[in-house]
Design a protein around this ligand. Structure first.
Ligand code: XMP
Length: 319
């Protein structure tokens, strides 16, 4: 009877044996996997773990504050917070090609991570939240369908030239086991059961060119959507949900005035593993409510549409 507690103790013991007295760095994204890795390593080696969290300016509203609050202030983990918002957005401005966006963000993340990692003396190890399915996927000859279609970016995408040995404590676990382990490690349910969020963040939820203005609008739309899902008890029934900003303006009317603003697309799906997905069937009342909230509270959007495609033929993200 292999409990989460046994699991935790075994992993902590293994980590201590592997890294000894050496320092370990870890890219923290705030997602489930990297959060569990960071907390597990912190329990195992304390301040010899140094986490690096890069704000690329494409995170959800207040995400960077929440990550710093949880990991640095509450959990007392050694955390370097890098605000690279301007660096990312300046590189992305005027870029509209989806693959170019992904490449720019992925490469810049690695560059910035290395820049900060180099400043830490005597690091021997890099911790990553690789899961068992990732391991199988990267070993298969064809690769997953997703990885062929889009170049994926995540905190695991760091190059071999860093010459660090890998610590991958979750590499034999499935997602549900990682979640149980996270709860055993006293991470909040908020962190453990969050929806996946892609490495390139809001950039791939904003087809067309990226501007500061669009990012601002999209952060707000996403904020209202996720907040409403939580308030109405729908968040945990959904595998992933987000708002996107379409590069199309349409005419509307507000009060006595004609408006000409962007379309906000909402997507919410059910899925087992993200490889296939179906759209979530919202009650009409909820759709009406969220549409009103978004349009009444956010300047720059005058129409809300719901994506009713499954995957395949669509992907979960828009780019
Ligand atoms: P798609 O759009 O390919 O997305 O159906 C499948 C799942 O993967 C997430 N996703 C990413 N995750 N880095 C990530 O860590 C990425 O570059 C990336 N692109 C997509 C997406 O949010 C969905 O959960």
């Amino acid at each position: 009877n292999w409990s989460s507690k046994d699991q935790k103790l075994k992993l902590i013991k293994d980590i201590r044996e592997q890294v000894g007295n050496n320092k370990v760095i870890c890219g923290l994204s705030g997602g489930v996997d990297s959060s569990v890795v960071a907390q597990l390593l912190s329990k195992a080696i304390g301040k010899k773990l140094i986490c690096i969290f890069v704000n690329n300016g494409l995170l959800r509203k207040n995400e960077e504050k929440q990550v710093v609050n949880t990991f640095k202030k509450k959990l007392k983990i050694n955390l370097i917070y890098v605000n690279a918002e301007k660096e990312f957005i300046n590189k992305l401005i005027k870029v509209s090609d989806p693959e170019k966006k992904r490449k720019i963000i992925g490469n810049l993340f690695i560059k910035i991570f290395e820049r900060y990692a180099k400043k830490i003396k005597n690091v021997k190890f890099l911790a990553q939240g690789t899961l068992y399915p990732d391991l199988i996927e990267s070993k298969s000859v064809t690769g997953s369908q997703t990885s062929k279609i889009k170049s994926h970016h995540n905190v695991g995408g760091l190059p071999k030239k860093m010459k660090l040995k890998l610590v991958e404590p979750l590499k034999f676990l499935f997602k549900d086991e990682v979640r149980k382990l996270g709860l055993e490690l006293n991470l909040s349910k908020d962190i453990i059961s969050r929806h996946p969020f892609p490495g390139p963040g809001l950039a791939i939820r904003m087809p067309g060119i990226i501007t500061y203005e669009k990012i601002k609008i999209l952060k707000e739309a996403d904020f209202y959507f996720i907040k409403a899902l939580k308030e109405y008890g729908l968040y945990h029934k959904i595998w992933q949900a987000y708002a996107a900003l379409l590069p199309v303006k349409t005419v509307g009317v507000m009060g006595d005035n004609r408006t000409y603003e962007h379309i906000c697309l909402l997507r919410a799906i059910t899925s087992e593993d993200g490889m296939t997905a179906d759209f979530f069937d919202f009650p009409r009342g909820f759709m009406q409510l969220i549409s009103n909230q978004i349009i009444n509270n956010i300047r720059g959007i005058n129409r809300v549409v719901y994506d009713v495609t499954s995957k395949p033929p669509s992907t979960i993200e828009l780019e």
